[in-house]
Design a protein around this ligand. Sequence first.
Ligand code: FRU
Length: 527
Amino acid sequence: MMKFLVKPFCTFTKNEMMRYFYLCSLFFWLVFYFGCNFNQQDKEKWASYQEKFRPQYHFSPPANWMNDPNGMVYYNGQYHLFYQYYPDSTVWGPMHWGHAVSRNLVQWEHMPVALYPDSLGWIFSGSAVMDFHNTSGLGRDGKIPLLAFFTHHHDGKEKEGRNDYQYQSLAWSLDGGQTFIKYNANPIVKNPGIRDFRDPKVIWHDPSGHWIMVLAVYDRVMFYRSRDLLGWEYTGEFGIEGDTRLWECPDLFPLIVEETGEQKWILIVSIQQGAPNIGTGTGYFIGDFDGLTFHGNIDQQLWLDYGTDNYALVTWSGTTDGRTIGIGWMSNWDYAQVVPTHPWRSAMTLPRSFSLHFENGKYRLRSLPVSELAELEIDENEINPSDLSKGYKQPNQNSLFKIHLKLKKPQSGSITIKFSNQEEEFVMVGFDSTRNAYFIDRRYSGEVGFHPSFAGIHYAPVEHQHDTLDWLIYVDHSSIEWFAEKGRTVMTDILFPNKPYHSIEVLSEENDLQWISAKISDLKPIW
Ligand code: FRU
């Protein structure tokens, strides 16, 4: 055989030529066959989860591009996480819904792609509900239908310069989200001639006995209602007069104010421009919902997260323990497509649980990581504060940890926690009393040159006027999430250090830092 392969081509007999031809064709077909069948499961094997920058306890797809979380629904002991996915590339493209499930919001199992583009368009963001009472009539043989609502985005129509290229569609599953059937009368909400018309969030509204759909429509949200989840009527809209920023991925849910016992509604909208620091961010309003529209103070658009990397955050439907839990896409449209990761791009934030409070005459949301994450903690150790001022060395090689610091707020100057690695790369988080602001400085955090807006200092307002600081900080291989003052202010930033941050040092312009406690827990990887 070897002789045959190395023999000069011109000396082949006719028979040898034929054999050579068959051999080449066989080789070609084998390559073609395995290429075409390189599916999700193969990609999963391909991903080692040991790749440089791979998040170790945050959800990321095995390979390729991911953006918004979609269709999150809890059913039968499983949290479903669908997500915007392009399985053929590490940059955004024709959107599919990827799929993963978890029993505890910590470990995730990858599932096959749930929704593929079709003749009506690509599958953009949306939500899912369980139709327990079969109001849609799509249930069969006692099987409860899981209904997924999404935007069909017709790329061809957009390129033709038409306005009506986004409309809302439905797919349903009778096997708890494993496989989907697209509704044969899609779209269920036609486009009224508006270019940005997308991201349906569907909820049940008990007082009015209707299903409600909230849609992001350019610079506002629109509300629709339905009795059967199939036919929808427009009922109202909410926006800020004169605001021309693009709104996306709305969410709407009630919460009880912990201090007063009253119920308020939260309207979440992700905003494409003008986030507190750079680019895109997730905002919210607090108000009331009467079954037709949202009534809120338009001057009071607040931010869920002041870091740069929490976008399109939406909440799970169908949770049964009274918690409102959300997850965001841990990136920013400014640079998401050029971050230095391979073979995947993007991760989700830690899942967070929300509560509503009335403090100093203001309503505010607080968010904290879900309690299930405690499962990742290997042990919790007290750190001697004097070690922190000398530079505490993280014994865990992985440098995956959660640190919880409590101390008296300095009256002047600043306090900075510096996380650094052996490459002299570092990220600093802290409180600056002159600005009365928290900050994350990622200018020297590792790889930063892939986009001009990445390196920078990001600021957040101090919501809690109190004399102590209580900071819970989660560090993964490529992110930092900081929950200050029990979730009153949150900052999430992604980072790309060339080595894990192994040293923690507290720097202060005041020499007399007054510590209350400092604790660190090493965390296990989830993969
Ligand atoms: C938000 C968004 C959505 C859209 C999706 C497309 O990040 O722009 O409005 O449905 O991404 O991938």
